[in-house]
Ligand binder design. Structure first.
Ligand code: NAP
Length: 243
């Protein structure tokens, strides 16, 4: 059966690195993006030039109709999904709890939590009819230590961790494995808006003296999607460089 992977938020960063590696491992790829069509289309071209099969589909993971359409487009153009990577995420911007707004909470939880639930629902519907599959969520170590003025983001990632445990038990009956990769500090655009002082403090906290790369996270995602990980489900695995 054709291996078909949907990677949400794959126009750049960890999602783009994961899409590239899964394409190298023989998956047909759907690169979901939200705003950066140019980057998503460029990645499609790169994968095709290396002999892979890829499409780009715009969908807001905070919107149920968009998510349903995303899976329907993939059904039509690539076939039913066999691997879903719930990667799309936003931190909503740095804010104390004292200053948090309902808009910020709604947007962070809509993309990070509801998006993960709803995409997983759509994937499970298809996987249970086609001999199973794998779902990999991208959480964050912020779930463990609470984030630094990012409690809203940290709480949304903690929800993904708990979701992983419950959903893995439910999905096991259908030969669907569900795992979570929990990155520490990874060198992506997510940090570009941080102040130099915040970046300096972050760097000081890293035992290896460097951030991880998107590729180093993608390697674990790829392994979890492979048959080599056939008895791994319900796991939450950190990629932190000992932080
Ligand atoms: P990034 O470089 O900022 O990329 C974010 C990706 O998510 C982009 O492709 C973006 O699409 C997409 N996205 C954002 N909102 C979306 C929405 N509503 N619908 C669909 N796509 C949306 O981030 P990253 O660092 O690679 O992060 C990827 C995942 O890893 C996130 O879940 C993040 O929380 C998690 N993580 C990152 C770090 C880190 O240090 N970087 C650490 C722990 C966990 P467009 O470009 O098209 O807008």
């Amino acid at each position: 059966m054709t291996k078909v992977a949907i990677i949400t938020g794959a126009s750049r960063g960890i999602g783009a690195a994961t899409a590239t590696l899964l394409a190298n491992h023989g998956h047909s790829i759907c690169i979901n993006y939200f705003s950066q069509a140019d980057k998503a289309n460029k990645l499609v071209e790169t994968i095709r030039q290396s002999g892979g099969n890829a499409i780009a589909v715009k969908a807001d993971l905070g919107n149920e109709e968009d998510i349903i359409r995303l899976f329907e487009v993939v059904d039509q153009l690539l076939g039913p999904v066999t691997t879903l990577v719930n990667n799309a995420g936003t931190n909503g911007g740095i804010s104390t709890v004292e200053n948090i707004t309902l808009d910020c909470l709604q947007s962070v939880f809509a993309t990070n939590v509801y998006g993960t639930f709803l995409a997983s629902r759509e994937a499970l519907k298809r996987m249970k009819q086609h001999d199973g599959g794998t779902i990999i969520n991208i959480s964050s170590e912020a779930a463990r230590f609470g984030g630094n003025n990012l409690s809203h983001y940290a709480a949304s990632k903690a929800a993904i961790n708990t979701f992983t445990i419950g959903f893995a038990r439910e999905a096991a009956a259908y030969k669907v494995r569900v795992n979570t990769v929990s990155p520490g500090v990874i060198d992506t655009d997510m940090h570009t808006s941080a102040s130099p002082e915040r970046i300096a403090a972050l760097m000081k906290s890293l035992p290896t003296g460097r951030m991880g790369s998107a590729r180093e996270v993608a390697e674990l995602v790829c392994w979890l999607a492979s048959d080599e990980a056939s008895y791994i489900s319900g796991a939450i695995i950190p990629v932190t460089g000992a932080r």
